[in-house]
Design a protein. Sequence first.
Length: 313
Amino acid sequence: MITVIGESLVDIVSDPRRPGEVQAHPGGSPLNAAVGVARLGLATNLVTHYADDPHGDMIEGHLKANGVTVVRGGSSPTSTATATLGPDGAATYAFNIGWDIHGASLPALAGVQGSTHVHTGSIAAVLAPGDQATLGLLEAARERATTSFDPNCRPAISSDVAAARTQAERFVAVSDIVKASDEDLAWLYPHRTPEESLAAWLELGPALVGLTRGASGPVILARQERAEMAAEPVTVADTVGAGDSFMAALISGLDQLAALGAGGRHRLRSLSRDELHALAAYANRAAAITCARPGANPPHSAELGPLSVPLPS
């Protein structure tokens, strides 16, 4: 079982390339990651909030259609994010969002303690009052599960960069796997390079730290190894959900390498160079497939295929 903790919302997308056309899609980085993991064949649970309203109904239908089970708390209206696409398909966001999972603490705790891996990030890691509950659940998971974190920074939600940096480092310190974008790290640490920031995060405790760089492709650092590659060539529809698909494929790939769960931590910390490169290529391909079609639409396992590690020569 993989458990994801974090926000569900509805993306309201405006594309200047299609004037007058507005589309609504279920979204939120944790929701997208949960759907991505489920589509790659893993039993997936999402600890989240949405209301019994039309937007919440849309989210619930989407999760059910993708086989994601839900632990739902909170009482606010369903959150929304208005996304405006630029000429390159990249999205900028304006939010109407709350994050609170009160009323679901016991089933959420049972969920993470019964999981092999627990993932969180994005708004759920910084927005009160739910941020502290999220951190507590990640800490509680570590006895039995590996953990991961994607800051997916949203300055429109958490404009205090110093506070966001401190909070991100709290989550990094209790995570085995961390993934960030170059934009995340440029905002959090403007006076150093993204790779310097990755190396500093690795010293806080994770076994793997990954960096997505848009068209420049990903970098993954481990204690002894490094993998880097260019992005796969693709005609970009938009970049919505690409980082979440990358994260979902990382989780799936590590599961295929038997590197998840408390019993997989030693394996996670001893991946070979070829295994790390195969993992980066697998996640890179998942992101490319998502970029090639509109919205957060991660690949299914039949599209992505299995992780492939070359045999030693």
